[in-house]
Design a binder for this molecule. Structure first.
Ligand code: F6P
Length: 580
C-alpha cells in the first residue's frame, strides 16, 4: 500500500508565516527571559522520566504556534497511528514499520492492558505480539543459560566473553547500550563488539580471549552483509585454530561443527542463511523485516545486552521505550516532547540555516550515544526524494554529531560558542551518578575538600547552556578590566540554542526512553519533509561498487584497466605500496 502524496509543507500558511518571521529574525534570549518570568516553566516538559527544558531555544509563542500548525498540517499524529498499526509506511520497501511493537509489554499484548493498538493485532497475516514475545522469551531463556553458566563452551567451561559481530544497526545499538549500562553488567561477563571489516578490528577484539570461554553472536538482519560475514568467518577460523592448537578439539569436521554449535549463535531474519553458515537454527533468534536495522536494538539484535544485563534489566529497557511510545501516542502536540524537539529541528534546519545538530551527553556511559544517533538520524532522514518519488521541497537530514561533556568543552565548544555557524545542541545529564565519588582533598582553592565530583561535573552542564544562551556582552567583558583590543575576541554573542534533558539516573529504562525519544524526533521530521525515514537506498551503490572493484584491488589487471583514471591510479598506487 503506497502512502498518499505527501503534503508539501512549504505551501502551507504556517510555513510561510515562519519564513516571514525568519527573515530578519533577531533572537533575544536575554530579553525573553527578562520579560517572562515563566519562560522556563512554560517550555519545560515531562516525558516519562525525562525532564526536557526547551526554554533556551530560539522560539517564541508565535513561532511555536506556527510550528505546531506545520505538525498538524503534515498529519504527524495520524501517521504515527498508521505506523504503530502496521501500515506499510516504508513505501520504497513496501513494509510495515513496527519497532514500537517490539516493546509492547506482555500485559498489553495479551489484552490485559488497555493500550493501543488493540491487543493481538495481526499485520500481514502475522500475530505480531505473539511472535515478539515468543522471540523475547527465547532470547531471555538463552541469556539466563549463559549468565548462570548452564550454557558452556565445547570444553565445558562457562562463557566469560560475548563477542557481537555486526555492523550498522546490528552493532551501534548493542554497543551503545552495553556501554551505557556497564554498571548493570553481570560480574564475570564482558561483551566486545566487532564491526569493521578492517582486520585490525577482529584482531584486537579477540586479542587475549580464551576461545573456550568465548561466545560469538553473529548479528545481521539480512545475513548477507559483507563486513559481518567476513568477520564471522574470521571468528570461526580463530576459534578452530585456537581450540585445535591447545588440543581442546580434534582435527575433524565433526569436532569443528560441535565447536561452532557451542560458540556461535545468530540473530537474523534470514534463518536459512544462518544454517548455511553452520549455525544451528536452534541457536538463532529471529526478527522481522518490519524492524529497520537502526531501530532494532530492542529486538533480538540486543541479545548481547540481554546476556550482559539480564532479562529483568532488558524488560526495564523495553519499558522505557514503551513509556515514550505512549507519550508520543497520547500527548497533545503542544506538550509532546519528541514532536516539539522535531519541530525545533525543522525550525533551525529549514528557516535558520542550521546544518548540524550536536548531542552532548554529560554522562560518560553515554559516550557512544552520538555515534548511535548518527545512524538513526542520518540514515533515516538523509533523503532527497519524498515517499512518492518526487524531489523534496526543502532541506532534510541535519548532521548529528557530538562527544560526551566535558571532553567536548576542551575540543570543539569554541566553535559552538563563538563560531559563525548555528549549532543547536542537546545537553543530556542524569541526577544520580553510578559512582558518587568525592574529591577527598579538593584543590585548596576552587574545589572544597570532600566535594561531590558529579556536582562539579553537572555544574559544567548547567554553565554551558547558560553561557550559550546569554553570552557575555562587550560591556561585561570591559567591566572585567579587559584591554580594549582584546574585547571583541572575548565577547560571547549568546542566543545559541540548547535543549536540556535531565533524567534521574542512567537506568535501563532511561536509556530506552532516550532512544525512543530520538526515534520519534526522526519520525516527526521525516513526516513533515514527506520522506520515507525507514529505507536506506543511499548505502547500496558503494556496497555494489566495492564488490565490483575487489578483483582490481586484488591484482586482477583487466579489472583494474576497466576503472576510471582516478580509481585506477589510486589502486595502482595501493598495489605498489603494499608489501605484506
Ligand atoms: O548500512 C546499511 C545497513 O543496511 C544498515 O541499515 C544496517 O543496520 C546495516 O547495514 C547492517 O545490516 P545487517 O543487519 O543486515 O547486516
Amino acid at each position: 500500500m503506497a502512502e498518499a502524496t505527501p503534503l508539501d509543507p512549504t505551501t502551507t500558511d504556517a510555513w510561510k508565516a515562519l519564513g516571514g518571521i525568519a527573515s530578519g529574525f533577531a533572537p533575544d534570549l536575554r530579553g525573553w527571559f527578562a520579560t517572562d518570568a515563566n519562560r522556563a516553566e512554560t517550555y519545560t516538559f515531562q516525558a516519562a522520566d525525562l525532564t526536557v527544558d526547551l526554554s533556551k531555544n530560539l522560539i517564541t509563542e508565535e513561532i511555536l504556534a506556527h510550528l505546531l500548525a506545520v505538525a498538524k498540517d503534515s498529519g504527524v499524529a495520524e501517521r504515527y497511528e498508521a505506523m504503530i498499526a502496521g501500515e506499510h509506511i516504508n513505501v520504497t520497501e513496501n513494509r510495515a514499520v513496527l519497532h514500537t511493537a517490539l516493546r509492547r509489554p506482555a500485559a498489553d499484548a495479551s489484552g490485559a492492558g488497555e493500550l493501543a493498538p488493540p491487543a493481538g493485532f495481526v499485520v500481514d497475516g502475522a500475530d505480531i505480539d505473539a511472535e515478539v514475545h515468543a522471540t523475547l522469551d527465547k532470547v531471555f531463556a538463552f541469556a539466563e543459560r549463559v549468565r548462570s553458566g548452564e550454557w558452556t563452551g565445547v570444553t565445558g567451561k562457562r562463557i566469560e566473553t560475548v563477542v557481537n559481530i555486526g555492523i550498522g544497526g546490528s552493532d551501534l545499538g548493542p554497543v551503545m547500550v552495553y556501554e551505557a549500562l556497564k554498571p548493570y553488567v553481570q560480574e564475570g561477563l564482558e561483551c566486545r563488539f566487532v564491526s569493521n571489516i578492517d582486520p585490525s578490528d577482529i584482531y584486537e577484539k579477540t586479542a587475549g580471549l580464551d576461545p573456550e570461554t568465548t561466545l560469538f553472536i553473529v548479528a545481521s538482519k539480512t545475513f548477507g552483509t559483507l563486513e559481518t560475514l567476513t568477520n564471522a568467518r574470521l571468528a570461526r577460523q580463530w576459534l578452530w585454530e585456537r581450540l585445535g592448537a591447545s588440543g581442546s578439539i580434534a582435527d575433524t569436521e565433526e569436532a569443528r561443527t560441535a565447536a561452532v554449535a557451542k560458540h556461535f549463535v545468530a540473530v537474523s531474519t534470514a534463518l536459512d542463511k544462518v544454517a548455511a553458515f553452520g549455525i544451528d537454527p536452534e541457536n538463532a533468534f529471529g526478527f522481522w523485516d518490519w524492524v529497520g536495522g537502526r531501530y532494532s536494538v530492542d529486538s533480538a539484535i540486543g541479545t548481547s545486552v540481554a546476556i550482559a544485563i539480564g532479562p529483568d534489566g532488558f524488560r526495564d529497557f523495553l519499558g522505557g521505550f514503551h513509556a515514550i511510545d505512549e507519550h508520543m501516542r497520547t500527548t497533545p502536540l503542544e506538550k509532546n516532547v519528541p514532536v516539539l524537539m522535531g519541530l525545533l529541528n525543522v525550525w533551525y534546519t529549514n528557516f535558520l540555516g542550521a546544518q548540524s545538530h550536536a548531542v552532548l551527553p554529560y554522562a560518560q556511559y553515554l559516550h557512544r550515544f552520538p555515534a548511535y544517533l548518527q545512524q538513526l538520524t542520518m540514515e533515516s532522514n538523509g533523503k532527497s526524494v519524498r515517499w512518492d518519488g518526487s524531489p523534496v521541497t526543502t532541506d532534510t537530514g541535519e548532521i548529528f554529531w557530538g562527544e560526551p561533556g566535558t571532553n567536548g568543552q576542551h575540543a570543539f565548544y569554541q566553535l559552538i560558542h563563538q563560531g559563525t555557524r548555528l549549532i543547536p545542541a542537546d545537553f543530556i545529564a542524569v541526577a544520580n551518578p553510578a559512582h558518587p565519588l568525592k574529591d577527598g582533598t579538593g584543590d585548596g582553592h576552587a574545589v572544597e575538600p570532600g566535594a561531590d565530583v558529579h556536582s562539579l561535573f553537572l555544574a559544567n552542564f548547567f554553565a554551558q547552556t547558560k553561557a550559550l544562551a546569554f553570552g557575555k556582552t562587550a560591556d561585561e567583558v570591559r567591566a572585567e578590566g579587559t584591554a580594549e583590543s582584546v574585547v571583541p575576541a572575548r565577547v560571547f554573542s549568546g542566543n545559541r540554542p540548547t535543549t536540556s534533558i535531565l533524567a534521574p539516573a542512567l537506568t535501563p529504562s532511561v536509556v530506552g526512553q532516550l532512544i525512543a525519544l530520538y526515534e520519534h524526533i526522526v519520525f516527526t521530521e521525516g513526516t513533515i519533509w514527506g520522506i520515507d525515514s525507514f529505507d536506506q537506498w543511499g548505502v547500496e551503490l558503494g556496497k555494489q561498487l566495492a564488490l565490483q572493484i575487489a578483483p582490481a584491488v586484488d591484482g586482477d589487471a583487466a579489472a583494474l584497466e576497466s576503472q576510471d583514471s582516478s580509481t585506477k591510479a589510486l589502486i595502482a598506487k595501493y598495489l605498489s605500496l603494499r608489501t605484506n
